[in-house]
Design a protein around this ligand. Structure first.
Ligand code: S6P
Ligand code: ZN
Length: 195
């Protein structure tokens, strides 16, 4: 880890950082239970454990005051009608936000609070998105041709809570209908008081 200020390049066309400390690869098998169409999921998994998304991280100490950052790349494709997406998470320290800057592709950030408020924001090159503290977030690639690439930065002590989202998914899904992305209700989701 660096002890003096540092810089790196995000080279086109792929935007893979010129230096990074950690490369996370999430495959289809890591997304079990997340896609609504379980038959489509199992059928696709039987064909192979495809790489769905990757994260390049610049490591910093996980303490307040540090800024964790890196690049997230969601590859194009669908499971059933649902576009490829990240697992999504709340930050373990709920009162921490995150900034995303979209560098390439076309997609959405699906967000929600523990109280069931939701928001879905389009992502496209040049777009900067502020995920407020308390909002869970998931990136969805709504292109079937191109990667969705975002640069992210968030507080060092934020941590990740994946379990809450794994239980019933996000309130909204992004699906393809007649060749276009559409935001629909997730039938698996129920309000916090009934959950
Ligand atoms: C971390 C930040 C991103 C995501 C990445 C993958 O707080 O939001 O680095 O980790 O986009 O998503 P996920 O939900 O699998 O961590
Ligand atoms: Zn996050």
């Amino acid at each position: 880890m660096k002890t003096v200020p540092f810089a790196f390049d995000l080279n086109e066309p792929d935007f893979i950082p010129s230096e990074y400390d950690n490369h996370i690869q999430r495959r289809l098998s890591a997304m079990r239970g997340q896609y609504l169409d379980k038959e489509a999921y199992e059928a696709r998994l039987a064909q192979g454990d495809d790489l769905l998304y990757e994260v390049y991280e610049l490591r910093r100490p996980t303490v307040p005051g540090e800024l964790l950052h890196g690049i997230s790349i969601v590859h194009p494709g669908k499971v059933g009608d649902e576009y490829h997406m990240t697992k999504g998470h709340f930050h373990e320290v709920l009162e921490t936000g995150e900034i995303y800057h979209c560098l390439k592709g076309k997609g959405f950030m699906v967000m929600e609070t523990p109280e069931g408020e939701w928001a879905v924001e389009p992502l496209y090159p040049g777009r900067v998105l502020c995920v407020l503290p308390r909002w869970a977030h998931r990136s969805v690639n709504a292109s079937l041709a191109e990667d969705l690439v975002t640069f992210f930065v968030y507080p060092g002590d934020a941590g990740h809570d994946y379990g809450t989202i794994e239980a019933q998914g996000f309130r909204k899904l992004v699906v393809e209908k007649n060749g276009q992305p559409e935001i629909v209700d997730n039938p698996r989701w129920s309000p916090p008081e009934a959950a």
